[in-house]
Design a protein around this ligand. Structure first.
Ligand code: DX5
Ligand code: ZN
Length: 230
């Protein structure tokens, strides 16, 4: 499946509920929320209270990306706040298996996020447990950065590995994803396109999301046709 997940990091922070409703109007599949703690990455964004406030404002699934040190401490708060998809960084957790279980036991989709320089080989012991892997294609901390070309190969290799093992694990791609590279990333294995500045810095975010959704739907159609003809 192919999904569009607008990231409100690049939206006007004094009007986040509006940003979420733009995602809804554009028929996005989920909203991506970036939690930064000022330690794992220098900036601080927001915590579980904002997630729970936005939970009240939308029916869209909330995809929460924890860029925080020691994520296990905070995971219960974000589960309680209503996250539907929850990822934390492999580089930030000393107890990856335990932290993933916390998420899965709550019935939430569990993901591990990897910085651009972190090899996918480090996933070997947990890949089977993951609902999704979030591949960072920029260094985390800021929106609006340029896609790092070397990460394409990583997405391809991960996609092959998941196919070989016949796992249902999805690949989310975060950083520098825009209309121009969307189709080529879906082609190499991206399932969830996380798009911040390309959506919220556009003159008409709803129109951009709709265009992105059209591209995702074409891939969904092609993909289901492929399965049926097999
Ligand atoms: C960056 C965040 C991203 C951010 C991406 O650390 O994890 O979700 O919103 O922004 P763009 O799409 O502008 O690269
Ligand atoms: Zn993110």
């Amino acid at each position: 499946m192919f999904y569009i997940a607008p990231s409100i990091l690049s939206a006007d922070f004094s009007r986040l509920a509006e940003a979420v409703s733009l995602a809804e109007k554009g028929q996005a599949d989920m909203v991506h929320l970036d939690v930064m703690d000022g330690h794992f990455v220098p900036p601080i964004t927001f915590g579980h209270q904002l997630v729970s406030a936005l939970r009240e404002k939308t029916r869209l699934p909330l995809n929460v990306h924890l860029m925080v040190e020691n994520p296990g401490r905070m995971i219960p708060l974000f589960l309680e706040a209503g996250a539907d998809w929850l990822s934390f960084h492999l580089e930030a957790s000393r107890h990856i298996h335990r932290d993933l279980n916390l998420i899965k036991e709550a019935g939430c989709r569990a993901g591990l996020a990897l910085n651009p320089a972190t090899p996918i080989e480090l996933l070997s012991e947990v890949l089977d447990d993951l609902d999704f892997v979030l591949i960072m294609t920029v260094n985390p901390g800021w929106g609006g950065q340029k896609f790092i070309p070397a990460t394409r190969n990583k997405i391809q290799r991960l996609s092959r590995l998941i196919a070989e093992k016949e796992l249902p694990t999805l690949i989310a791609v975060d950083g520098g994803v825009k209309i121009d590279n969307l189709a080529s990333l879906f082609e190499i294995g991206m399932n969830i396109a996380i798009c911040g500045s390309s959506v919220y810095e556009a003159a008409d975010p709803v129109a951009i999301i709709q265009k992105m959704k059209q591209i995702a739907e074409e891939f969904n159609r092609k993909h289901s046709g492929h399965i049926k003809s097999e």
